[in-house]
Design a protein around this ligand. Structure first.
Ligand code: HEC
Ligand code: HEC
Ligand code: HEC
Length: 422
């Protein structure tokens, strides 16, 4: 036995240069990640795992909603038939450019060349096969410098939209881009089709001002640098057509509770003038009934249970903001679903999932407390249809209070969009 061990040790030392070389392993259980693969792993978990699965098995939570199965990146068959160059190309340019499904997004306008090569290296790691990744020298390590959108662009857009934004041939162009050419339905639903990584776009016309859709889809990273939505390299012309289509879109099956009944309810608040100063006080008062700031960050102050509201007045319509206050469960902001966990020792934990890794889930509860729930302690978990935001503000606050809060939210605009105002 000892003899065997010595032989083993000798072999190990003899071959150790090979062990340092990632490409010679045939199983990734023992494989150490290289520096660039470590980087690739983080990027993969953030941008790819929802479709391709945490380990590249093609089984991300979003995969079942796609018309085309995401490639099983870890399979031997896949690894053998694709070259490193081709891997780079499909991640860089997206599926449509390489005669694959348009649902595979392009990442070349979001990530740096070096980051995409680190993804290539990590995809090879996932396969565990003996294919060496020869990373080219002198890679660009800077992310593409996508120009921010100016106030003048927005003004131009808004003028254009009121004149031509509802033309039917334009809407048709937008429809074909969203449904057949771009990767939108990889992450978003329209009617019952499409992925669930981002928000359902059925009610875009109600939720978003047209200028917001236009600016967001042209460069989401300007607004949320770490968003999972890639920069899709749309031309202004494409972005205009897509905006027209989304604003005019009407889903086949109206959801229950028709908009008409809602509008009577909403009008009660919309018809009175709000006082934004008073609204701000109600929003921020830690002793008050509303205490919105307990959960929401505005600029630099507030909690992080709910979404950041720093420029919510730019990105949402007045009607949608009101609906969010009086009926928060109607539309749950993507990434903020409530999840309920039943542990093996029969405890219930509810909160919002902020992260997930091999060790378990990271949850923040409605009081802002962060918890780590180890995977092996979880018996069952389920996404709830009810928001973590309290649903009874309509009963707790007066009509005037709500109109005031609404007026305050409308003052929260994105400063880049209005540098010349004030
Ligand atoms: C919205 C879902 C989605 C996301 C996000 C996504 N992919 Fe894909 N990917 C797909 C689909 C669908 C295919 C299948 C394309 C086909 O076979 O036509 C695919 C195919 C691929 C392929 C194989 C292409 C080929 O030539 O067979 C690679 C490699 C790939 N994806 C890598 C990635 C990486 C890396 C990321 C993250 C940076 C990523 N994907 C993000 C959906 C997605
Ligand atoms: C890889 C997934 C992915 C793809 C592809 C994608 N999106 Fe998104 N999208 C998201 C996510 C995630 C969000 C939520 C943004 C956030 O909070 O960071 C989002 C948000 C949005 C929003 C709402 C912005 C807001 O203020 O919350 C719109 C509108 C939108 N996407 C439209 C589109 C359109 C149009 C396309 C196709 C041209 C597209 N998306 C492609 C993931 C995606
Ligand atoms: C206990 C925490 C909590 C409190 C208190 C709270 N919210 Fe929220 N809020 C959330 C969460 C979580 C979400 C995301 C889920 C959802 O969409 O319902 C949210 C969503 C929202 C949205 C939609 C944001 C978007 O991206 O579309 C708005 C607007 C909003 N809240 C405003 C308020 C206002 C105004 C108050 C005070 C009257 C308030 N919230 C109080 C937790 C809270």
């Amino acid at each position: 036995m000892r003899y065997l061990l010595v032989i083993f040790f000798l072999i190990f030392t003899f071959y150790s240069p090979l062990f340092a070389d990632e490409s010679k392993y045939s199983s990734n259980d023992t494989l150490a990640l290289s520096k660039s693969q470590k980087k690739g792993k983080l990027l993969f978990l953030h941008y790819c795992a929802h479709c391709h699965g945490n380990k590249g098995g093609g089984d991300g939570f979003n995969a079942e909603f796609l018309d085309k199965d995401p490639a099983e990146l870890s399979s031997q068959k896949f690894q053998e038939k694709i070259s490193n160059k081709k891997l780079f190309r499909v991640i860089n340019e997206g599926g449509a450019k390489v005669k694959k499904s348009h649902l595979m997004p392009s990442f070349g306008s979001t990530l740096s060349e070096e980051e995409i090569w680190s993804l290539v290296a990590y995809v090879r790691y996932l396969g565990g096969w003996k294919i060496k990744v020869k990373v080219p020298k002198k890679l660009n390590t800077k992310r593409p410098n996508n120009t921010a959108i100016s106030k003048a662009d927005i003004d131009f857009f808004s003028r254009w939209f009121s004149a031509e934004g509802t033309e039917s041939n334009l809407i048709k162009v937008g429809e074909s881009l969203v449904i057949n050419k771009k990767s939108c339905l990889g992450c978003h639903q329209l009617n019952d089709e499409g992925g669930r990584v981002g928000p359902n776009l059925n009610r875009s016309g109600f939720n978003y001002p047209p200028a917001w859709i236009y600016t967001w889809i042209l460069n989401p990273q300007t607004f949320r640098p770490n968003t999972k939505m890639p920069h899709l390299h749309l031309s202004p012309k494409e972005a205009r057509a897509i905006t027209s289509f989304l604003i005019s879109f009407e889903p086949d099956n109206e959801e229950e509770g028709s908009d008409l009944a809602d509008s009577v309810e909403l009008n009660k608040y919309l018809s009175i003038k709000g006082d934004s100063k008073r609204g701000e006080t109600i929003f921020k008062d830690p002793e008050g009934i509303a205490n919105c700031a307990k959960c929401h960050l505005v600029k630099t102050d507030g909690g992080s249970v709910g979404p950041v509201l720093s420029f919510i007045g730019t990105s949402r319509t007045r009607e949608f903001l009101l609906e969010s206050i009086i009926d928060p469960s109607r539309v749950i902001t993507s990434g903020f679903n409530t999840i309920m966990i039943l542990t093996k020792n029969r405890k219930f934990i509810t909160g919002i999932k902020i992260n997930e890794d091999e060790s378990g889930l990271y949850i923040v509860d409605k009081n802002g407390k962060e918890l780590h729930v180890p995977l092996d302690k979880i018996k069952k978990s389920k996404v709830q249809k009810i928001s973590t935001m309290p649903g009874n503000f309509k009963d707790l606050l007066s009509t005037q209070d709500i109109a005031d809060i609404l007026a305050y939210l409308e003052t929260l605009t994105f400063s880049l969009m209005a540098p010349s105002v004030n």
